[in-house]
Design a protein around this ligand. Structure first.
Ligand code: IMP
Length: 400
């Protein structure tokens, strides 16, 4: 059995907790794209683990974790996270493997990430984690992979090449020595992608998407996106094998949030936005930035379901909305005098007018009002929910 979990909005849908829960039924959780731009906290009840790079496998149940070659790895973040799991679950380290073919985020990429974003016509508001630079250098064929660190002279030559290409002056010797010291601490976890595929291909695998479909470099709100196929389409390349996935779970929050710049049709303004942000605790796990908040947008969800091949829905954070008597939901867009329930292109969604319908609010996730909300969303989106998350803890989730 193979499944993928993707976010259906702009990330931060609560995928981490969902992946941790679902991983009970799988042997290994595989990260296939992104890097430490991702971030979420998994609440085990007696302790919490903050993930940026480590797959969100249920570590209490000793599920395996694999960081595939499609991920870009910041060694500092990796070491911090390993230290963190060592503190709570000392055996968990041996459950982790990392592809030797994964690219390394060289420290200066982060400064360049910021400089590049500032030089743009319109800033994207990246996480400044050097993610775009890592993937750009990979595409330019001047990136540094873990396997290069096995040969210090080659790694030094590559750093010098990077300095020439980006016209920057860096102390390659110093950077290399620091990277090698850190690499030594994780060398035992490295594996060739193809060896990993041989070990994993016949196992039950759960592919953990990062960000959300609307931040995917190809189908998202380009250029206000991340630099990878964070949607389900990235799985095969990011795992380095043409794996056939049986199920694609799409995780959606009962409202919408976005971090960074870019269009957001149902975004709330002023105090209304602040109220929802506070109720949902909507502050970025990676950057601490306040998230932009707005109502659920069914037009964008239809688009995300279509483009990701999503086969089953999971709703999170519906409990946050119990404070509202009526819950507005965007059911269609008005564009040039026409009302559309579906769109095929996201390029002009900042020019549309959302058409809202007010749904009766709910005081509990076991109430008839909430059941009606769920049934109506299923009807609108023509797809069923398989789980509803009822709170932040891993086990606060119900199967439908
Ligand atoms: P980058 O991935 O750091 O290059 O940032 C590109 C865009 O994706 C920015 O708008 C970020 O705020 C957004 N982004 C990247 N990772 C996440 C995430 O995990 N959750 C939400 N937004 C993200």
């Amino acid at each position: 059995m193979k499944a993928t979990v993707v976010g259906l909005q702009w990330g931060d849908e609560g995928k981490g907790k969902v992946v941790t829960y679902l991983s009970r039924d799988y042997d290994c959780v595989v990260r296939y794209s992104g890097g430490s731009n991702a971030g979420h906290t998994v609440d085990y009840g007696d302790f919490k683990i903050v993930h940026h790079l480590l797959p969100s496998a249920d570590l209490k149940r000793q599920r395996m974790m694999y960081i595939g070659p499609g991920v870009v790895v910041d060694l500092d973040v990796l070491l911090q996270e390993i230290e963190q799991i060592d503190q709570y679950l000392p055996y968990a380290r041996r459950l982790l493997r990392i592809s030797k073919q994964a690219h390394v985020v060289v420290p200066f990429y982060k400064q360049l990430d910021e400089a590049l974003d500032k030089a743009r016509l319109s800033a994207i508001g990246t996480t400044r984690r050097g993610i775009g630079l890592s993937y750009a250098n990979r595409a330019l064929r001047c990136g540094l992979r873990f396997q290069d660190l096995e040969n210090p002279q080659r790694a030094k030559d590559l750093l010098q090449e990077l300095a020439r290409i980006w016209k920057i002056s860096i102390d390659c010797e110093e950077i290399l020595n620091e990277m090698l010291t850190k690499y030594d601490l994780v060398r035992d976890l490295m594996i060739d992608s193809i060896e990993a595929v041989k070990v994993l291909r016949d196992k039950n695998l759960l592919f953990e998407g990062t960000q959300g479909v609307l931040l995917d470099v190809d189908v998202g709100t380009y250029p206000y996106v991340t630099s990878t196929n964070c949607s389900s389409t990235g799985v095969q390349a990011g795992f380095s094998w043409p794996v056939k996935v049986d199920q694609i779970y799409g995780v959606m929050k009962a409202y919408t949030t976005r971090v960074g710049e870019g269009p957001f049709p149902t975004e709330l303004k002023g105090e209304e936005q602040e109220k929802l942000r506070k109720l949902g605790g909507e502050y970025g796990a990676t950057t601490g930035r306040p998230r932009r908040c707005g109502w659920l947008d069914l037009v964008l969800l239809r688009y995300a379901i279509e483009s990701s091949g999503c086969s089953s829905l999971i709703m999170t954070k519906a409990d946050v909305l119990t404070a509202y008597e009526k819950v507005p939901v965007c059911v269609a867009y008005k564009i040039n005098g026409r009302t559309l329930g579906e769109i095929n292109n996201l390029s002009n969604i900042d020019e549309i007018e959302p058409v809202y319908e007010l749904f009766d609010g709910w005081k509990s996730l076991h109430s008839p009002e909430f059941e009606r909300f769920v049934a109506r969303i299923e009807k609108e989106l023509e797809i069923k929910f398989s789980y509803i998350s009822t709170g932040p803890r891993v086990d606060e989730i119900i199967k439908i």
